[in-house]
Design a protein around this ligand. Structure first.
Ligand code: 13P
Ligand code: SF4
Length: 331
């Protein structure tokens, strides 16, 4: 049999490390955002996947769990949420009296889209006995139909607290749900949803990158497929990646998640080097929804006080209960 030809991948991996010192200077537009923020008693919450100029001016940068806590605790009048729609919606659910702004209302999420509320309602009618655990990456309509919410940072802890006599329906991410199922003895039914970014990482492309960086541990998000999770040294939420990379003796890490994570890692662990995980044909790994937020849109949102998240009050109240349960259970 002839030897298999090597696959020619047309990318250079994105690498951020000590050779790229962080600049401390702010641009005029970033200065303007900070001025508007103060004027309006606003707080800027940003997810780890946001572009670096947005992360730099945020009051808090974190994962979905940390952002949910910050949103619940803030005493600001306005929350400018730099993330995707379901995250800003969660902030509004826990803060009905506040103005919640999202720089681009079109910033959605493929996972959230994979579980429309009407489909979940129909499924529940056929299986009313199931206890619904919903990953926070879902719409307010889905949250309103759920028993408890979880994030990738607390999913195992939440599932372990579901009443022992209940079988669980985990929505919408089959990969996160499967990862949780492997760590608990609970019977879990999986909704067939997935994140279009995380399922693009392949074992073959990662192994080729490991040939270039043989000493770099692999840290992966649980939204990746099982095949990828199985070769990772650590599987965890974006926030836990910081602690893992800081505490591990290695100097270089391959990071299997959305590329924005590298900025946060670089700021928090500046002495180490981070290599963006590869997908089949590129190493960009940008979530097109997360990247809809630009620094100009952040400024415009504060200036115009829109786009604003609006929610039907009945849905908001129903969606609040499972979020509150999550916040209580994960303390
Ligand atoms: P985290 O909960 O780890 O922040 O992940 C959110 C997300 O959207 C991952 O794709
Ligand atoms: Fe949704 Fe995936 Fe983007 Fe996260 S990375 S916001 S799960 S599409």
């Amino acid at each position: 049999m002839p030897p298999t030809a090597p696959i020619l991948r047309n990318y250079e991996p994105v690498v951020i490390g000590p050779q790229k010192p962080s600049s401390s200077e702010l641009s005029p537009i970033q200065e303007e955002i900070l001025r508007l923020k103060k004027e309006q008693n606003a707080v800027i919450l940003a997810h780890n996947y946001q572009i670096e100029p947005i992360q730099r001016i945020a009051d808090y940068v974190g994962d979905s769990l940390g952002l949910a806590y910050k949103a619940a605790e803030t005493d600001a009048d306005t929350i400018l949420f730099c993330g995707v729609h379901f995250m800003a919606e969660t902030a509004k659910i826990v803060n009905p009296g506040k103005t919640v702004l999202l720089p681009d209302l079109e910033a959605g999420c493929s996972l959230s889209d994979s579980c429309p509320p009407e489909d979940l309602r129909a499924f529940k009618e056929k299986h009313p006995e199931l206890y619904v655990v919903a990953y926070i990456n879902c719409s307010a309509g889905v949250k309103a139909l759920s028993d408890v919410i979880c994030t990738s940072g607390n999913a195992v802890k939440i599932v372990e607290q579901v009443p022992a006599d209940k079988e669980i329906l985990f929505v919408p991410d089959q990969n996160l749900g499967q990862w949780v199922a492997r760590q608990t003895d609970r019977k879990i039914h999986l909704w067939p949803g997935s994140c279009y970014v995380h399922v693009l990482f392949t074992v073959q492309a990662i192994e080729e990158l490991q040939d270039q960086y043989p000493d770099a541990p692999l840290v992966a998000h649980p939204e990746c497929t099982e095949a990828v999770r199985d070769i990772a040294d650590e599987v965890c939420s974006t926030e836990k990646m910081i602690g893992f990379c800081r505490d591990h003796p290695a100097r270089e890490f391959i990071v299997i998640t959305e590329s924005g994570m590298l900025h946060r890692l670089h700021r928090e662990v500046p002495e180490k080097t981070f290599i963006a995980g590869p997908t089949e044909n590129c190493a960009c790994n940008d979530c097109r929804y997360m990247k809809m937020n630009t620094i100009e849109k952040v400024r415009d949102a504060l200036q115009k006080k829109q786009p604003e998240i609006q929610l039907d009050e009945e849905i908001r109240q129903a969606a609040y209960q499972p979020i509150k349960r999550m916040l209580d259970w994960s303390r």
